[in-house]
Design a protein around this ligand. Structure first.
Ligand SMILES: [Zn+2]
Length: 477
């Protein structure tokens, strides 16, 4: 019997990895095996340690990877999979491949930095500490990527084909429809990846990609994300509040620090800042975009015009490339990055990683958190256990580079910038399904979020919904 096995993002929001085994022939060892996504575990140590474990299926026995999008929690384990012997194709859309060419080497670089840090401090049990994968290994795995157009059917084996449909989550993001032939009939397996905002308007400002995930789907078995399963996005326009927070910080001589994913969230936020400046709602403070990936990510964004919403297209037409805006500096070298730290005039610093787990944002946080004049604004999801979640929770201090840094700066969070649908939006989208799936498994959510969404889907839709468990196998009947 064919089966799906949840190798990650079960009981947590990171490490997305779902195995499909067609197991077509009981005499053979295994059937055709593909992974939907191959993400990195992030956040709590218990989860991060899983990045170091072998896959339950030897990597060389996996035939292909189908990748939904370029966020690290969906693609960040690919270089490790290749390091362990995977040699098959990795199917993704062209924008996803372009973004991965930036995101994965950067992740390799951070892995190397982490290992070097542990070796310097000699705080690792392992001597010497090694990176999960290196920058070079991440670059090398690019040759396995194969571009696939949205809505094109690709036959992977005699019994299994797939098609990407729009997820409206980030640039290039897609959901995966799998058609699997078993016992003489076709079964449709549907993997949502991350689900974008269903309604695009003032409540999700600055959205770059197509508005709304693909509607009118059919599925016999649905595997669905539940990141925001127990929360609801505010329905107010966040820009007036953002403008007020920035004005107040500038008036007291402080700086604004914004941890943001270098891909998508940073570009979206820069355009929002630009418009607020051009319309006189905030002063023209210097803006430092301090992420080595940001310039390349901007270039990728400007290239993929086919992905824009009308509003994004209009913004880009009006203001052009952020790289050329006066007053906006894109830091490239470590030296340029350090210069930002030496500046004591009010400024806005947008830097990654978005959950303060690594990267240059650490230096900016260590430098600016102790001063009450400064402001930290979170504009993205903060997974439990990350520094971002600790700072956002109102903790008095946070550990950065092995030292405790007092948190005296003002801390704010604007949830409206989320690229994930919330429960009302998810239900609205699910109601467009042409049929009721025989079973739905919720993944990519903290236990409380997944449980609450499960209950709501059962009650409001009457669907058969379960929360997927780590390593659980589900037969496709
Ligand atoms: Zn995502």
């Amino acid at each position: 019997m064919p089966y799906i096995q949840f190798l990650g993002a079960a009981g947590t929001v990171t490490g997305s990895k779902h195995l499909i085994n067609t197991a077509h022939d009981s005499s053979s060892k295994h059937g055709f095996q593909i992974l939907i996504d191959c993400g990195l575990f992030q956040g709590q140590k218990e989860w991060r340690e899983r990045n170091w474990q072998d896959t339950p299926v030897p990597a060389r026995e996996i035939d292909a990877v189908v990748l939904t999008h370029a966020h690290l929690d969906h693609c960040g384990w690919i270089p490790r999979l290749v390091k362990e012997g995977f040699r098959g194709p990795i199917y993704a859309t062209q924008p996803t491949i372009d973004l991965c060419s930036v995101v994965l080497p950067d992740s390799g670089h951070l892995q190397e930095e982490d290992a070097a840090f542990y070796n310097k401090r000699k705080v690792s049990k392992h001597d010497p500490a090694l990176p999960l994968y290196s920058l070079k290994e991440a670059q090398d795995c690019q040759r396995f990527f194969k571009p696939v157009a949205v809505e094109q059917t690709t036959q992977l084996s005699p019994e299994l084909s797939f098609r990407f449909v729009r997820a409206a989550h980030i640039l290039g993001s897609c959901m995966v429809e799998i058609t699997l032939q078993t016992n003489g009939r076709n079964r449709r397996l549907f993997f949502t990846g991350d689900i974008g905002r269903v309604r695009d308007s003032l409540i999700a400002p600055g959205k770059v990609v197509h508005s709304g995930p693909q509607e009118n789907e059919t599925a016999d078995l649905l595997v669905m994300e539940s990141t925001y399963g127990n929360r609801q996005h505010p329905h107010t326009d966040p820009r007036p509040e953002l403008a007020r927070l920035i004005r107040e910080t500038a008036q007291r001589g402080g700086s604004v620090i914004v941890p943001a994913f270098a891909v998508e969230r940073t570009q979206k936020f820069l355009f929002i800042l630009k418009r607020l400046m051009e319309t006189g709602q905030i002063p023209r403070l210097p803006v430092y975009c301090d992420s080595p990936m940001a310039i390349r990510a901007v270039e990728i964004f400007l290239k993929h015009t086919e992905e824009y919403t009308e509003r994004a297209a209009e913004l880009i037409k009006t203001y052009g490339s952020p790289i050329e805006w006066p007053g906006f500096t894109f830091a490239l070298t470590a030296e340029q990055s350090k210069k930002i730290n030496e500046s004591h005039y009010p400024s806005i610093i947008v830097s990654s990683s978005g959950m303060v787990t690594g990267g240059r944002i650490l230096h900016h946080m260590a430098q600016r958190l102790p001063d009450p004049k400064n402001l930290v604004i979170f504009i993205g999801f903060q997974a439990p256990g990350t520094r971002g979640a600790i700072i956002k929770s109102g903790a008095p201090e946070v550990k950065i580079f092995g030292d405790f840094v007092p948190i005296r700066a003002q801390v704010a969070a604007l949830e409206q910038f989320s690229d994930h649908a919330d429960p009302p939006e998810m239900l609205e989208w699910l109601r467009t399904f042409k049929n009721q799936p025989g079973a739905t498994y919720l993944v990519h959510g903290e236990p409380a979020a997944a449980a609450q969404l499960r209950d709501r889907m059962k009650k409001e839709l009457g669907w058969n919904v379960q929360v997927a468990e780590y390593m659980e196998r589900v037969e496709v009947k």
